[in-house]
Design a protein around this ligand. Structure first.
Ligand SMILES: [Zn+2]
Length: 139
């Protein structure tokens, strides 16, 4: 799990076994399984609340990694509604939104995972993954 600082291009979306985790499913971590688009290997990533991931703002701030329109075009995030803007301009399900980079354990293809995490309503904490996409660094 790492942060991404180079400009990237989004490629294929990986198959995810499960994308929404609730309450106890997130304690101590959510185990995410995805199938590599290139070699079909099933990879596992653990998302630990309050520990895993980096703010999505780092990705689109000054178009540093990926511009906002690309994030919206690939449906990685949506535009946040006016009442929820304290979570940032672009979010997953109007939740505080994070991302991380990872790679396939077998063929080393690079992937970006984006998820929202927070208390959706009292007593309901949700971790929602919008997806895991293969990406390439733009030279
Ligand atoms: Zn692979």
């Amino acid at each position: 799990m790492y942060s991404i600082s180079e400009k990237i291009r989004i490629s294929k979306k990986a198959l995810l076994e499960k994308s929404v985790f609730l309450n106890n499913e997130i304690i101590p971590a959510a185990t995410v399984k995805f199938i590599c688009c290139d070699c079909s290997h099933e990879n596992r990533v653990e998302i630990i609340p309050h520990q895993s991931g980096f703010p999505i703002l780092q990705i689109y701030n000054e178009d540093k990694v990926l511009p906002k329109n690309e994030l919206l075009k690939h449906e990685i995030v949506t535009t946040t509604s006016p009442g929820m803007l304290h979570f940032g301009e672009l979010t997953v399900n109007q939740l505080p939104t994070l991302y991380f980079g990872t790679h396939c354990k077998t063929c080393y293809s690079k992937y970006i995972c984006v998820f929202g995490y927070g208390e959706k309503q009292p007593g309901m904490t949700i971790l929602q993954i919008s997806g895991i996409w293969k990406y390439e660094e733009i030279q």
